[in-house]
Design a protein around this ligand. Structure first.
Ligand code: BEZ
Length: 242
């Protein structure tokens, strides 16, 4: 065996769930008690996200932002679940410090009410491919898994350690996927509620011809690129809880 082969053999292989996979199941201790994921969230969406470590500034800014937006995500039928490779008492101490001392972006006295998983064993982080050894062998990167009401991974976004997440994009992606599900459409680049949506491509020559002759209520640039209006209030009233 040459040196490269033996190094490769020694390096642990980390798997990660893919879009369309069943979200790997786990039971974990969190700052809100024990959770079973994803079964505790059946019938609702969840965002499972990791951060590198407690008591670090980028993570603190992200946790404050997630906590500030929790009600907005809840209104969109989505639960937040955080994780880092730290112990429960570290998590508790960090969240208390955030509430007592930290001000960021106009936010202060922020209470984190969603569960933060303790994952000293890296059990969950390994199942979800949150350890990216090229970036860090001991800290999780900033992974975001969108899991749907059936427990299926619908999207994943990964950021490196130094880059705080964009929360407008996380919310936009959640609403766009829910809109696709409810209205059987796709959403184009930079879509937001109120913007036109994409209808599925013509699946036959007949439908392609119909699309170009304008018999449907669509705007077609060409037979394969058709959009239609989708009212913003209809989208929001359908998706958001009252
Ligand atoms: C942070 O959250 O500030 C951070 C964590 C790990 C590496 C770099 C930054």
């Amino acid at each position: 065996m040459n040196t490269l082969e033996s190094t490769q053999q020694q390096e642990e292989v980390f798997t990660m769930p893919r879009i369309g996979d069943k979200a790997p199941e786990f039971t974990a201790t969190t700052t809100q008690g024990e959770i079973n994921f994803p079964s505790d969230y059946k019938g609702e969406w969840s965002i499972l996200f990791s951060h590198p470590a407690d008591f670090t500034p980028v993570c603190t800014s992200e946790f404050m932002t997630f906590a500030h937006l929790e009600d907005k995500f809840k209104k969109a039928n989505c639960n937040l679940v955080g994780l880092s490779i730290d112990g429960l008492y570290s998590h508790i101490a960090w969240l208390r410090t955030i509430k007592d001392k930290i001000k960021f972006n106009g936010m202060e006295k922020v209470e984190v009410k969603f569960p933060l998983i303790e994952d000293i064993s890296m059990n969950v982080a390994k199942k979800y491919g949150m350890i990216q050894p090229g970036e860090s062998k001991t800290q999780a990167v900033r992974a975001v898994f969108f899991v749907d009401p059936e427990g299926i991974v619908r999207a994943l976004i990964y950021y490196p350690l130094s880059l705080g997440r964009n929360f407008d994009e996380l919310y936009r992606a959640l609403i766009a996927m829910q809109t696709s599900d409810k209205f059987n459409v796709a959403t184009p680049a930079d879509w937001n509620p109120g913007d036109d949506v994409i209808v599925s491509p013509a699946g036959s020559c007949g439908v392609a011809e119909e699309r170009m002759t304008g018999t449907e209520d669509l705007e077609c640039q060409d037979w394969f690129f058709c959009t239609k209006k989708l009212d913003k209030d209809l989208v929001l009233n359908t998706i958001l809880k009252k």
